[in-house]
Design a protein around this ligand. Sequence first.
Ligand code: HEC
Ligand code: HEC
Ligand code: HEC
Ligand code: HEC
Ligand code: HEC
Ligand code: HEC
Length: 286
Amino acid sequence: MQKTPMVKSPMARKTRRNECSLLLFVLLILAAIMLLLGSTVLAQIYLPNPAPEPSEYGKVVFDKHSATGPGPVVFDHWLHRSHFTCRLCHVDVGFAMEANATGITAATNREGFHCGACHDGKKLFEGRPIFPSCSDAPENNQCDRCHSLGKPGVRKYEYHKFTAKFPKGIYGVDWEQAEQTGVIKPADFVEGLSVKRPPMPRRGDFSIKAQDSWVHPILFSHQKHVVWNGCELCHPDIFPAAQKGTARYSMFSNIEGRFCGACHGKVAFPLNNCKGCHPRGPTWAP
Ligand code: HEC
Ligand code: HEC
Ligand code: HEC
Ligand code: HEC
Ligand code: HEC
Ligand code: HEC
């Protein structure tokens, strides 16, 4: 075997190698910058704000009358949704699906509307009367259980203790599991509050075909949603059409709080849980 003759001096070879690695280095930097720019732009477009702590998630603070009342009121979805369906409160009681949009006052509560529809000191829950709201009764010393903002220790229920035995998912309580395994049995009917209705029709499940071909279809279970939401929470306000494929959803509109985002991101599992809706894909290519 013969060695190939040297064409260039070792010196020349070294410079060439240096030029090569410099070029490679510049290219790498460029690629990194592009990746970085690209992903921040994408992130700004698609990433919803990180959800708050599960204990804070779905919390509504009422602070309209704090000057005249015993202070701001805290309402927690984690507690109430363990006992009642969304439909019961948002249809039968008639709460808006938007914080501070219902116009609750001490007077409406005393008349038996809003919080007072249940919190009237008479309706029974697990054999005990539910503590009353905004009553004038002198024996009612439970005002702070609702008017609780910034008053530690006044409440009976605390998130971590209350949900200790609930199945957990990637983000706090897995409510779907909790309901399916019977850990919670949210009531859809409260005597004196709801009207008797025929059983709800079964709805088939379907998948939502994304407009972009690179996105796997998004599974949607009509039936599972009906358990919590009935029909009226979604039709006609959030999804007006009685025909599949009419709504033009996108992740933009979800993040803006429309369509799926009307609930997912506020009370149902948050939009950050990409796999909850895009089970077939990695985060960035669902
Ligand atoms: C015990 C009654 C009750 C139950 C059960 C309940 N909600 Fe609510 N929800 C409320 C009240 C009260 C508000 C605040 C309304 C207001 O301020 O006008 C609210 C507000 C909301 C909002 C708006 C939140 C925001 O930050 O803008 C959404 C979305 C919502 N609920 C969805 C749901 C879903 C989904 C369920 C079932 C998993 C559910 N709710 C169960 C009473 C309830
Ligand atoms: C559908 C019935 C229902 C409605 C409507 C309802 N609640 Fe409740 N709420 C309950 C029940 C039942 C409990 C558990 C009571 C118990 O175990 O003592 C509860 C518990 C609470 C607690 C927990 C108190 C503690 O000591 O930890 C707060 C706070 C509360 N409700 C606030 C509200 C507010 C504010 C509203 C109105 C915006 C409201 N609730 C509307 C049924 C209801
Ligand atoms: C079940 C929950 C609950 C309980 C218990 C409760 N409140 Fe309220 N209260 C509310 C809500 C909700 C509002 C509306 C707050 C807002 O929008 O700022 C309110 C508002 C008020 C206001 C403001 C003025 C007005 O006209 O709305 C006063 C005063 C008030 N409550 C007094 C009381 C007193 C006194 C008690 C105890 C005897 C009490 N509340 C117990 C839920 C409750
Ligand atoms: C509550 C359900 C839900 C969650 C959670 C969710 N998505 Fe989506 N996503 C959808 C739906 C529905 C569409 C279909 C839009 C269409 O018709 O093209 C979609 C579409 C998309 C698309 C296609 C482009 C577009 O705007 O249509 C991308 C990319 C996407 N999602 C990324 C994500 C990422 C990243 C996350 C987590 C941060 C996420 N999604 C979480 C429901 C969800
Ligand atoms: C969580 C929200 C949600 C709930 C709750 C819900 N739907 Fe729907 N429904 C949808 C969505 C999303 C579509 C598809 C709309 C589109 O693509 O434009 C749809 C489509 C439909 C369609 C047309 C397609 C088909 O399957 O025939 C009918 C009819 C319908 N829903 C009836 C109902 C009835 C009846 C109930 C109560 C038993 C109900 N829905 C509960 C979200 C919901
Ligand atoms: C009216 C409120 C509401 C709307 C609108 C809504 N969801 Fe949900 N969704 C819920 C609730 C409540 C649950 C129960 C689990 C939870 O709260 O985290 C749920 C659960 C789910 C689950 C888990 C159930 C399962 O199949 O295992 C998926 C997936 C889902 N939603 C996707 C969607 C998509 C996609 C859309 C939009 C097309 C949508 N949701 C619109 C309220 C809603």
